[in-house]
Unconditional design. Structure first.
Length: 119
């Protein structure tokens, strides 16, 4: 089993910043990628940012230039630095981890952390 524990969510005013963290523990063998997704009320879950084991990153167009994903391999932790937050960034943010075990890739999810952007 793999456990993902997110932290860092909260209430922030438009234009503000937050930093989310996600620490992975448990049966970790070979992480292929870690990512952040988000889900706003009545909307589908969407990819926000992803970082591979080779440190390649990709972002949703809506957050490019404002969000930055990074990873501490030694701590199996992924971060999401969110700057210039907008009300439309309000959502539950979920951490995702993919790891390869033999020929298969398995995905794991955290419990989510709420981000509210409001004045």
């Amino acid at each position: 089993q793999v456990q993902l524990v997110e932290s860092g969510g909260g209430l922030v005013q438009p234009g503000g910043s937050l930093r989310l963290s996600c620490a992975a523990s448990g049966s970790i063998f070979s992480i292929t990628a870690m990512a952040w997704y988000r889900q706003a009320p009545e909307k589908e879950r969407e990819l926000v940012a992803r970082i591979t084991s080779g440190a390649s990153t990709n972002y949703a167009d809506s957050v490019k230039g404002r969000f930055a994903i990074s990873r501490d391999n030694a701590k199996n932790t992924v971060y999401l630095q969110m700057n210039n937050l907008k009300p439309e960034d309000t959502a539950v943010y979920y951490c995702n981890l993919d790891q390869r075990i033999g020929p298969n890739v398995f995905g794991y999810w955290g419990q989510g952390t709420q981000v509210n952007v409001s004045s």
